[in-house]
Ligand binder design. Structure first.
Ligand SMILES: [Zn+2]
Length: 213
């Protein structure tokens, strides 16, 4: 039985690229040189609101695609005005609800949310949810921190899951916080509070149980 040895057929001069001197220097890909200094585009880290994983995107971008799940990520700031018919908002930017707006059945995922008007629905904020208009929220509320401004009355029918909360106004509902809940002077929390720490300043009140996690 004769033994066949196949020699690899290699043509060393054919690589698909032109010799360096003949390449068009204006075409970036064909003149790629790994020793060239990389242009550093300022980037920021974002957490995808669809899959929850982190990736880096150029700071100036207004949208991007998640490198993990390819979801389209909106990064613009959005204002919801009175009469807005937009119910679903997904952005890594900030959302403002205008003071004279009355909106319900919203589903908002954003960084900071400034709620000036009366808004109901579900809200998930990776930053601060600031409530500066009296409202009754029928859906779920999640935020890194919650601030309820002075003189404002908020009803959270499904409660809120937070890291921290600072209450200057009046809140009815159950609060779960991994950090500290601060009830400031003139503030009132009416409902059970499951938090690592709770601070009730003089002139503030907590009507409910404190449950340590
Ligand atoms: Zn993703």
């Amino acid at each position: 039985m004769p033994e066949y040895k196949t020699e690899p057929f290699i043509v060393p001069s054919i690589s698909g690229l032109l010799p360096v001197g003949e390449r068009n220097p204006r075409v970036a890909l064909t003149s790629f040189d790994p020793r060239e200094k990389k242009v550093q585009v300022p980037s920021r880290e974002v957490t995808c609101y669809e899959c929850g994983r982190r990736s880096h995107v150029p700071s100036a971008a207004l949208s991007a695609n998640c490198i993990h799940c390819h979801a389209h990520l909106n990064m613009t700031d959005i204002e919801l005005k009175p009469g807005s018919r937009r119910l679903t908002v997904r952005t890594l930017g900030n959302v403002t609800i205008a003071p004279d707006a009355v909106l319900s059945h919203l589903s908002v995922v954003c960084h900071h949310l400034d709620m000036g008007g009366r808004a109901s629905g579900s809200f998930r904020c990776s930053g601060t949810l600031t409530i500066s208009g009296g409202t009754r929220i029928e859906g779920s509320v999640q935020a890194a921190s919650l601030v309820v401004n002075k003189g404002i009355s908020v009803i959270l029918t499904q409660g809120a899951a937070l890291q921290d909360a600072t209450i200057y106004g009046r809140v009815s509902g159950r609060i779960e916080a991994s950090g500290c809940v601060r009830i400031c002077r003139g503030g009132e929390l009416c409902g059970d509070c499951c938090a690592a720490e709770i601070q009730v300043e003089q002139g503030g009140a907590h009507l409910g149980n404190w449950i340590r996690p």
